[in-house]
Design a protein around this ligand. Structure first.
Ligand SMILES: [Cu+2]
Length: 133
């Protein structure tokens, strides 16, 4: 009786230790990293309008991907900046039919997404991304 109680206690300890080890080796961090980012998509419409299809986007805090489908016959990209980003994230500049994208881990806050091709943002190719916790 006494021996079996000790054995059971020892098994419980082993299981607890195993769970603790899993947590400490970053199991939680791994599952968060593999969670797909929230994706928001805009297009650059044909006709050299120097606008995106949306000037406002919303996303939950965490990993966010911004995607721009270029339907225009001039090259564009998508980039994102904000006070809570140490530096802007800038997607590849792409031609018609191609996709430019950026992924960043964004805390709650307000960000600007924009085309970094010279003169495009100042012509209106930008929008506001609101990230909420
Ligand atoms: Cu552009």
């Amino acid at each position: 009786m006494r021996t079996s109680t000790i054995r059971r206690a020892s098994l419980a300890l082993t299981a607890t230790a195993a769970l603790g080890a899993a947590a400490m080796t970053g199991f939680a961090a791994t599952s968060q990293a593999t969670k797909p980012p929230a994706t928001r998509t805009v297009t650059a419409p044909a006709g050299e309008k120097l606008r995106y299809s949306a000037t406002r986007l919303k996303a939950p805090a965490g990993r966010v991907t911004l995607k721009m489908i270029n339907r225009d016959d001039i090259a564009h990209n998508i980039a994102v900046r904000g006070k809570k980003l140490a530096k802007p994230r800038i997607g590849r500049i792409v031609g018609m039919g191609k996709i430019s994208k950026v992924t960043a881990t964004l805390p709650a806050g307000t960000y600007t997404y924009y085309c970094s091709v010279f003169g495009h943002e100042s012509s209106g190719m930008r929008g506001t991304l609101t990230v909420k916790a």
